[in-house]
Design a protein around this ligand. Structure first.
Ligand SMILES: CC(=O)N[C@H]1[C@@H](OP(=O)(O)OP(=O)(O)OC[C@H]2O[C@@H](n3ccc(=O)[nH]c3=O)[C@H](O)[C@@H]2O)O[C@H](CO)[C@@H](O)[C@@H]1O
Length: 381
């Protein structure tokens, strides 16, 4: 089977695609996955590192642009379609899965027009406009939240949860990694979050007496790294401050409490990793979808949520202090998070891809010219 995964941009769209790719390629040695994304997206850095081929299309968002930028993005759209047709004709995938982000629109639409079976994976409780449109043409819509089905044709929806990368799955099976201090993981989605960076540094002023019992791992994103590093150092707190965390599995494993945004992939990971969390949704997310995502965890007793506008450093410090001093409550939140976890999502998605392939092309998939066997050091010698 050959699956083409279209989309990306940020980690929240890309990493569920990587999780599907891991599942597809490890089930059978002949299976193949190819990604289509944009040069500016996180995929340009992550996909080659993960060992998958990446094709690029030039496409930009239309929302929130100045009139000139909007016009440029609009003119680029037909070219993106032509590029998408070319890629699909060359790659001949059995199935195309859109994971959201700019590239998924033209590629999934082009695949549909070419008669290739298509599916989309909507990570959020409230879908964006692209997926609402694509939902009308694709064969299957994978969702992760109960409420998301109402935006799509009912028969197409399969509620399976968000696929999680394999490395993170270790946390589902393994319990805590032993550590001395109460450990906080602070991060703002895949890009970092200024609001969280600022609140956390302000909170340190109210946690001075706990200093020797706390350890922070804090992902800042590109812009605030030095500022945040300085904040912890000047206030005398022990902290690993980084721009981006490559090993999220290890970071979750060590965390007693997570302070983060409410992106859908992050939330899926919190549940599979069974972590208690303080959620601060991105206030400018389209239709406030992060707050809607977060509500599912809050209602289940797995997380606390604060609006960034009403959260002061002091309030954040008080909440951390209260949870640290109440291990029973933390344990209960972890348990409730775990109950929401969907560790089988990638497997279920891959199963449906197989079904789509068999329905469209038969059990062996499409005819393709045999690809060059991968060279191993042994075959070269
Ligand atoms: C501003 C915005 O609109 N953000 C959206 C974007 O968020 P964003 O891209 O921030 O996505 P999520 O918070 O859902 O997921 C972040 C992903 O990045 C990984 N990670 C994060 C930090 C780090 O240092 N290293 C790392 O690997 C996390 O483990 C996770 O897999 O896509 C999500 C999924 O559609 C949406 O719910 C979010 O609303």
């Amino acid at each position: 089977m050959k699956v083409l995964i279209a989309g990306g941009g940020t980690g929240g769209h890309l990493f569920p695609g990587i999780a599907l790719a891991e599942e597809v390629t490890t089930r059978h040695h002949a299976n193949e996955v190819v990604f289509v994304g944009t040069e500016r997206g996180l995929e340009a850095r992550v996909v080659p590192k993960e060992g998958y081929p990446l094709e690029l299309v030039k496409v930009q968002g239309l929302k929130g642009k100045s009139p000139i930028a909007f016009l440029k993005a609009l003119i680029a759209l037909p070219l993106a379609f032509i590029e998408s047709f070319r890629i699909l004709a060359r790659q001949k995938p059995d199935v195309v899965v859109g994971v959201g982000g700019y590239a998924s629109g033209p590629v999934v639409l082009a695949a549909w027009l070419m008669g290739i079976p298509t599916a989309i994976q909507e990570q959020n409780a409230l879908p964006g406009i692209t997926n609402k449109v694509l939902g009308k043409v694709v064969r299957v819509v994978f969702t992760a939240f109960e409420g998301a089905h109402r935006f799509f044709p009912e028969k197409k929806v399969q509620l399976i949860g968000n696929p999680i990368r394999r490395k993170l799955m270790d946390n589902y099976l393994r319990s805590h990694v032993a550590h001395e201090r109460f450990s906080l993981l602070v991060f703002g989605g895949s890009l970092g979050a200024r609001g969280i960076n600022q609140r956390m540094i302000e909170a340190l002023d109210h946690l001075g007496d706990l200093k020797d019992g706390l350890h922070f791992v804090h992902q800042t994103g590109k812009n605030d790294l030095e500022q945040v590093r300085k904040g912890y150092a000047e206030k005398g707190f022990q902290a690993d401050v980084v721009e981006f965390i490559d090993d999220m599995s290890g970071a979750y494993a060590k965390a007693d409490l997570v302070v983060c945004r409410a992106g859908a992939t992050t939330l899926a990971e919190l549940t599979v990793c069974k972590k208690a969390s303080i959620l601060i949704p991105f206030p400018h997310a389209t239709d406030d979808h992060q707050a809607v995502n977060a509500k599912a965890l809050v209602d289940a007793g797995a997380a606390l949520m604060f609006r960034e506008s009403e959260l002061t450093g002091q309030k954040l410090a008080e909440t951390i202090r209260a949870l640290k001093s109440d291990p029973a409550k933390l344990k209960n939140m972890e348990k409730k998070a775990g109950l929401l976890g969907r560790p089988e999502a990638a497997k279920e998605l891959a199963d449906v891809c197989v079904d789509l392939m068999v329905q469209a092309w038969g059990p062996n998939g499409r005819e393709r010219a045999p690809t060059e066997p991968k060279k191993t050091p042994r075959s070269e010698s």
